[in-house]
Design a protein around this ligand. Structure first.
Ligand code: ATP
Length: 767
């Protein structure tokens, strides 16, 4: 709906007024910030000048402490004021450019006039007139903007539901204080603004969607009830974007009790972390913690094993078909992620309650002082009904006691005497000081000598036992790799195909102190069940993006690791590219984590990333694709080109890159299937046009033309995608369908697919 000239002028005047007000505030805040900063520097420099330091007598000491405390309080008050003012200032600087993006006129049923509500990324209050110049998009009333077209509407507040009439809904694009576009809208969020936003160029960093959040996205952003919130959304439906908006919403809604470091996002890889890291700061919030599941595994197991990275596993699954043992490895990866295997492990663990735990000998000076057998006997002598971790604690306590007795016995041994002779002067002095401090000296020099000797012997023995005790406390007397290994040495009922070979491979790797990625979570799960679960109780919200790539084990694990957290899980089964998730078609494993009354599921079917022709093309590649709705944005149809050979392929791709660059596209990706294929492609192209090869180790994206393996392009997007070789040789197996789909759905504006030989069956389906 168009707006009259007069309305536009009136709106610009209001923008001017608000921007002026912001400008005045910025000036005064800059003064405050400057002054408090000077104050702080000054106080720090002269801290001691105003403190009366005297330690002559008790009164002086008290006075000294009091005056130090007073100075410290003044300092911290100034620091608080400075932080507050700087934050305010940052917020205002952001608002000055674009103070708001929406307006709603709402008449509450209980009032006679309507209110005009302007929405922006932060609240701005004109205190003198007690008027909200801008409402925060997360305020309860702002929900109306996202949820309703003009007409009857209501919103929830902590005090109850407020119903009324939405009389107007207006959208603005304000840049540098000027209204660039303005429209009244009939639908939920006007297509015009969304069209404009989505038509823009891709960026190497994700942007916030605050001005155009869609109703279905708003529901999940503002949900505060569910313990587990599951979002299944099509490629490009805004799962990641909405998740980040949700973080910002939670930080606002629970600002008294929740801080950014109590929220953690699990991302698919490190590069993705950097891709999304600017969204929250753009919204004026601090970033949540970000990690990847493999980082966590590495942190817990990296010292024990050479741990395989999931991307290395992925590369293997895509390239090693000809290697011996491939089929078994793939079967193993799939099996070890299943709930069946989890049950097998559970049964094994409950059996370990009666027998089968393996221990290591405890040695002292090369001699076994407690044998593995002794430890096992002692362990199984504890009450069998106690859980494993409790008994393990009892065993450790028992051992610590035993070690104390043993240490006592060692004091008079010859080796101690010998070591004392070798001690340096500092150790002697230390013994002397310690005895003097404890007033252990008499005037009898013989006794004193004796005491000193005893003290030194004690020190020598303690030093030696310190390490053993530390190891006992960390339960390092357990032979965990052996216990896990044992699981693969036993017959298994209903074993999967290739079981014998799976076992041989697993054992072989364990013996080399390597841990395959598929073994890492089961292994850690077993370790925790035996030793007791390590938990993190400070985290209140866990977000898992690309959740289709997590196994049942991993979810069970996250639930235990963060017992006080709510979980938001986002994923798309059509993009499940890892071998272990190849067969899954739903979130069954996740949904079973919490009872149904604590779980809420959302389905996002509208795809915003790609143009209509691209969505119509890609959705034909997957079963149920017809349910994906393209957002109505026109663009060029995807192209599919047959090329004669690799040389021809490279020539075509170079031409395409040139024309895409000439058309102004900044982010162009040549997407390959694997890292190996990416290397070939980048070498061939680089001679003519500079392209950046993205690999596992790449830390962040930059604008430009890149060559990237499909599995690393997950979660991100490009203006144009060139699919390197969509031939049947490369993407022919059913298991590669999702990878192919994932690659093609990275395109925002243009998609070009090339192939040699025969075309991939998935491509045929799309045409
Ligand atoms: N409400 C919205 N307003 C504007 N842009 C949106 C909106 N929702 C999604 N987008 C845009 O659509 C694109 C895809 O969003 P996002 O990456 O969050 O989707 P996704 O569901 O996580 O995708 P995928 O599963 O394919 O990785 C982004 O460019 C995002 O900015």
């Amino acid at each position: 709906m168009s707006v009259t000239e007069q309305e536009w002028q009136d709106e610009q005047q209001r923008v001017d007024r608000v921007v002026d007000e912001i400008g005045t505030r910025i000036e005064s805040l800059q003064e405050t910030v400057g002054a408090t900063r000077e104050d702080i520097v000054d106080i720090r420099k002269h801290f001691w000048d105003d403190v009366t330091v005297s330690f002559e007598d008790v009164d002086d000491v008290i006075e000294t402490i009091a005056s130090m405390r007073q100075q410290a309080e003044v300092l911290s008050e100034r620091e608080r004021r400075h932080t507050h003012a700087s934050n305010q200032l940052k917020k205002l600087i952001r608002l000055e450019q674009s103070p708001y993006f929406g307006r709603i006129d709402f008449k509450d049923d209980s009032e006679s006039t309507s209110d005009r509500i302007y929405l922006g990324i932060a609240t701005l209050l004109n205190e003198a007139e007690d008027e909200f110049l801008v409402y925060d998009w997360r305020a309860p009333v702002s929900s109306l903007y996202y949820d309703y077209p003009p007409g009857p509407a209501h919103y929830e507040t902590p005090g109850g539901t407020v119903a009324g009439e939405l009389e107007l809904k207006r959208q603005y694009m304000i840049r540098e204080g000027h209204i660039r576009s303005l429209f009244d809208t009939g639908v939920t969020i006007g297509d015009e603004l969304l069209q404009e936003v989505l038509g823009k160029q891709a960026d190497h960093q994700m942007k916030s969607i605050v001005a155009t959040i869609q109703r279905e996205q708003n529901q999940m952003i503002r949900n505060t009830q569910a313990r587990l919130l599951v979002v299944q959304g099509a490629a490009g439906s805004g799962k990641t974007s909405a998740a980040l908006q949700r973080v910002a919403y939670l930080l606002y809604r629970f600002r008294e009790v929740l801080s950014a470091n109590q929220i953690v996002l699990f991302s698919p890889n490190t590069m993705f972390n950097s891709y999304v890291s600017t969204v929250l700061p753009e919204l004026g919030e601090e970033n949540m913690q970000q990690t990847t599941f493999v980082d966590y595994l590495e942190h817990r197991l990296g010292r024990m094993f050479d741990l395989e990275d999931p991307l290395t596993q992925m590369e293997y699954s895509l390239t090693a078909m000809q290697e011996p043992g491939y089929e078994a490895r793939i079967a193993g990866i799939q099996y070890k992620a299943t709930t069946e295997f989890m049950e097998v492990l559970e049964r094994y663990l409950s059996n370990l309650g009666h027998e089968g735990l393996l221990f290591k000998n405890i040695k002292f000076r090369g001699e076994v002082i407690y044998s593995a057998d002794q430890l096992r006997e002692q362990f199984y002598s504890f009450q069998g009904s106690l859980p494993l971790p409790n008994r393990m604690k009892l065993l450790a306590d028992w051992l610590l006691q035993q070690l104390e007795v043993r240490a006592e016995e060692e004091l008079t041994k010859e080796w101690v005497e010998e070591e004392i002779q070798l001690l340096d002067t500092e150790s002697y002095l230390q013994a002397y000081r310690s005895l003097r401090k404890k007033k252990k000296f008499t005037q009898n020099s013989f006794d004193d000598y004796q005491r000193e000797e005893e003290k030194l012997a004690f020190m020598v023995v303690q030093e030696r036992f310190k390490k053993i005790r530390a190891r006992v406390r960390r339960l390092l007397f357990l032979d965990l790799p052996g216990i896990y290994r044992q699981l693969f040495e036993r017959p298994l009922e209903n074993a999967p195909q290739h079981w014998a070979e799976i076992c041989a491979q697993t054992i072989d790797r364990l013996d080399r102190a390597e841990l395959a990625y598929e073994d890492a979570t089961p292994y850690l799960f077993m370790k925790e069940r035996i030793e007791g679960f390590q938990t993190n109780t400070s985290i209140r919200h866990v977000f898992v993006d690309e959740a289709q790539d997590y196994s049942a084990f991993q979810f069970a694990f996250l639930k235990r690791l963060f017992p006080r957290a709510k979980m938001t899980v986002l994923g798309d089964f059509n993009q499940a590219i890892y071998v272990h998730a190849a067969g899954s078609t739903g979130f069954t494993a996740v949904s079973a984590l919490y009872p149904p009354e604590e779980t809420e599921a959302f389905i996002l079917t509208r795809s915003y990333r790609s143009t209509r022709p691209i969505v119509e093309f890609t959705r034909r590649m997957i079963p149920g694709g017809e349910r994906i709705e393209p957002f109505n944005r026109e663009g060029l149809p995807p192209t599919v080109t047959h090329v004669a050979d690799h040389e021809d392929l490279h020539a075509h791709i170079l031409d395409r890159i040139r024309s895409l660059q000439a058309a102004g596209h900044q982010n162009i990706a040549v997407i390959c299937k694997t890292a190996a294929e990416s290397r070939v492609a980048s070498e061939a192209l680089n001679g003519t046009i500079p392209v950046r090869l993205i690999g596992q180790e790449t830390a962040s994206f930059e604008n430009g033309t890149v060559v990237i393996p499909a599995y690393l392009a997950k979660g991100v997007e490009f203006d144009a995608v060139i699919l390197y070789n969509g031939s049947a040789d490369v993407y022919g197996r059913e298991s590669e369908r999702r990878l192919f789909y994932t690659a093609c759905t990275r395109a925002m504006h243009e998609l070009h697919v090339y192939y040699t030989g025969e075309m991939s069956p998935f491509l045929q389906q799309a045409l």
